[in-house]
Write a protein that binds this ligand. Sequence first.
Ligand code: ADP
Ligand code: ZN
Ligand code: ZN
Length: 660
Amino acid sequence: MAVLRVALDLPLHRLFDYVAVAASTADIGLRVRVPFGRSEKIGVIVDVVETSDWPLEQLKAAGEILRDLAPLPADFLRLCEFASAYYQAAFGEVVLQALPVGLKRTVSPVRRAARAVRRAEVIAPPDLTTAQAVAVEAVDPAGGFSAHLLHGVTGSGKTEVYLRLVERTLAAGKQVLLLVPEINLTPQLEGRVRARFPDEGIVSLHSELAEAARERNWRAAFAGEASIVLGTRLAIFTPMPNLGLIVIDEEHDSSFKQQDGMRYSARDVGVFRARQLGIPILLGSATPSLESWANAQSGRYGLINLRERANPLATLPAVHMLDTRRMVLKEGVSDPLIAAIKLRLERGEQSLIFLNRRGYAPVLACMACGWVSRCTRCAANMVLHLADRRLRCHHCGLEHRVPKACPTCGNQDILPFGRGTQRLEGWIQEQFPEARVLRVDRDSVKSRKQWEVMLDRIHGGEADILVGTQMLAKGHDFPKLTLVGVLGADSALFAADWRAPERLFAQLMQVAGRAGRAELKGEVLIQTQYPDHPLYGALVAHDYPGFAVSLLKEREQAGFPPYAFQAMLRAEAPDMADSIAFLKTAAILPVVPEHENVMIYDPVPMKLSRLANLERGQLLAESHSRPALQAFLPRWREAIERIKAPSKLRWHIEVDPLEF
Ligand code: ADP
Ligand code: ZN
Ligand code: ZN
């Protein structure tokens, strides 16, 4: 008789004990079928012991121990333990979210044989620039744990540095995990990696893969057959027997932070994992997060700089402000920008107009009675999408037809206010009837397939003017693109969210980086009413370090991260009063005064206070000491779990929150 301690996919911070007739510690890490309530679940055996805290006769018998997969290794379970403790997430949930769906199902579908690996055209590596060579030498794949921040301006050839380090890691017989923020970036990178390593097993892991493909790829990584794993954030948890290098590209990107379910940062988990395994991790970006930049300044991370573009003929684009205070705008666009687009058309070059707001207009309004298209479920407006004549809430997804007249007063003259990419696209097309205008946003590109088609069209020269959101800003190389125009950037300058300037700067630097990637010189025109704002000044000078220093100084003075450590308790319920009352109770729990190094603020409604009919409040816990916060959180969470809350109230804790 043995007792299996099993992790189950439940939001409970405990393991579940079952008895088994024959089991040994060799079974740790295997999946097991167990009875749960009236049904069955698949869990993971975390320990095999002889006794339980429960009387043995009360324990249920475990079902079959599944042996189709080798045991999940101890380092994987330790990684999950870390994530569980750090993020206050239930251990079982952490373990099981890392497994492909097929491995968690009690009835397993028929498995298909692995697909033959597609062969790619082999491309010889370029000679490294001096700066790249220095970067590659700075990281020693055999030297144990190290964390390096690779700060390289757009087009500086960071990918080439990754590829050389991958090469060295593979030569040592090890596996590589390469993370990118978005699925949309995987096809391009995958192409480059395959072309460089045609004989290696390369798999991708991201949420858009079909279930069977994801399981196949995951198994290949787990079995050590795939030597390179390309993935988005969840891939950081992939168990790999021989992992020798972790690379996180665009490390500043907020997509590495999961904002629902288990809330974790794949970048931070990555650093922990590298330390745990004694391997190097490389974080790359043209605009590092301030957290990473501060770590590089303090010497916790090594800092590697690539200050120039890799292609000696490509230079950084010239950035200019268009002072709109002295200009007449038509549909939000200034004459100099129109003239610049016209010039590109004449030269047969591409332009990109960046407006980070999709839809036709952010709101529809009635001038007669003041009605505006509010979402009935959220504290937000419904966005007008004229292309399919719908009003849509970008927060909860609610949508309906555009009304023919004002729903309140019957006035037929209801008007769109403000502008989004659809409206801009239409207007630009009217100005340049002969030009091929292509809109790129989440409405025009909904899947990875559509994105690949879109990229092919852009690369194939099938577009003269691109109108797009931040989708276009990241990691793409469009050789004929020489003009980037930026609209509507000012709104983020004075936002209440103190992280807004960091995000705006990164976004503008990234989108500006699309211009002049090849021999053709690039120009960036930013329309603004605040041409003297220091953020824009830093952009003109391509001065990320200077901007980072000034932002960090502000953060330090204000006592914000990375100079303080935070966790957010959030509650949502049909009534705001219930949410706030719950948070108030949490704020004065007896464990709170015992942790005098942790400061608890007053509960407040969230910025988007109502989402999908739930009223949301939040409460910030903060400390100047990470260990103090980490000691407080589990005790606080346990005490919160015992609060008697209304049945419809939901709550969670987010550690290192990015959004407020
Ligand atoms: P980043 O990721 O830093 O923005 P990329 O890795 O995409 O930059 O490289 C930018 C461009 O420079 C690409 O077209 C790439 O092929 C080219 N490139 C990179 N390294 C070199 C090199 N050593 N010599 C010549 N061209 C290079
Ligand atoms: Zn009206
Ligand atoms: Zn809504």
